[in-house]
Design a protein around this ligand. Structure first.
Ligand code: ZN
Length: 201
């Protein structure tokens, strides 16, 4: 360290002490962490280099997030909705990891709250969809004339449950049991019917 550098460092320390004594904090950019006495930061706590790009990036993420939320609320297609929920959750994570963790929290919505809400919505969407799918197959099974067709439709309902389990880790033992119960009843009814028929042969 040269004398000049030493002098400069000493002056800086003196200046910090002076600022501390008077309760003045050294400005620090929340995004790049740069700090200095002459560093100017925006209201959002960002230096000149970071403010523009950070605001642009935040705006673009929030735009995609809001678009996705709009589509979730308006779309009737399950796969579209799930795709958008996943995208929206990803954008919340971007906001949390990239900005909120640095204390850059000037933009609405709060991504922690938004993410929690989206995860809950996704769960509800999955549950709603599986009931619709299972009901469709069971209705077909009920209308079927032969026990074989009844069972193949009930199998399709079980396949849907399995698919949802693999895709979304979704489990619903009650629903699964009710399908099994339907199959057993169909088999039993068929057995009784055949027994009655044979009795009169
Ligand atoms: Zn910066």
């Amino acid at each position: 360290m040269s004398d000049e550098q030493r002098e400069e460092a000493l002056n800086m320390i003196k200046y910090i002490m002076y600022k501390k004594k008077r309760g003045i904090k050294v400005a620090q950019c929340k995004y790049c962490s740069k700090k200095g006495f002459f560093l100017k930061v925006s209201n959002a706590g960002l230096c000149n280099n970071c403010h523009g790009p950070v605001v642009m990036s935040l705006e673009s993420i929030v735009r995609v997030l809001n678009d996705s939320i709009n589509l979730i609320n308006t779309s009737k297609n399950f796969n579209t909705k799930i795709g958008r929920v996943d995208l929206a959750i990803e954008k919340c994570d971007d906001l949390i990891n990239e900005f909120w963790s640095r204390g850059i929290t000037v933009f609405e919505p709060n991504p922690h709250d938004a993410k929690a809400k989206l995860l809950k919505e996704k769960e509800e969407m999955i549950e709603q969809e599986i009931y619709v799918l299972v009901e469709k197959h069971i209705e077909k099974a009920k209308r079927a004339k032969t026990v074989k067709t009844k069972m193949s439709n009930a199998d399709k309902a079980l396949d849907e449950l399995l698919k949802f389990n693999q895709e979304f880790s979704y489990e619903n033992k009650d629903l699964e049991n009710s399908i099994h119960a339907f199959v057993h009843k169909a088999q039993f009814d068929d057995y009784i019917e055949n027994a009655e028929k044979n009795e009169f042969k």
